[in-house]
Design a protein around this ligand. Structure first.
Ligand code: SF4
Length: 81
């Protein structure tokens, strides 16, 4: 399961991610990137890709495009019973 978060301390508010993946990222009133979730909430915290109305490709491209590596994608191996 892939998840994404934004490190708000690193984010410089350049807006690149919002251009690459506008359905996933938005700048908040502090000029930091937040993740748009399907339930209407916005958060910089770890968010499962399934909670985001965007393609995995767009999210990964945004991660790669961030000049300060503030977008962090993690992948958890499925849990064994
Ligand atoms: S691309 Fe990176 S630094 Fe720029 S707004 Fe997005 S998260 Fe912040």
């Amino acid at each position: 399961m892939k998840k994404v978060k934004v490190d708000r301390d690193l984010c410089i508010g350049c807006g690149t991610c919002t251009g690459v993946a506008p359905k996933t990222f938005e700048l908040d009133n502090e000029g930091k990137s937040v993740i748009l979730r399907k339930d209407g909430t916005k958060s910089s915290d770890l968010t499962d890709f399934s909670q985001i109305d965007d393609t995995e490709e767009n999210i990964i491209n945004a991660e790669k495009s961030c000049p300060v590596a503030a977008i962090i994608v993690t992948e958890e191996a499925p849990q064994n019973p």
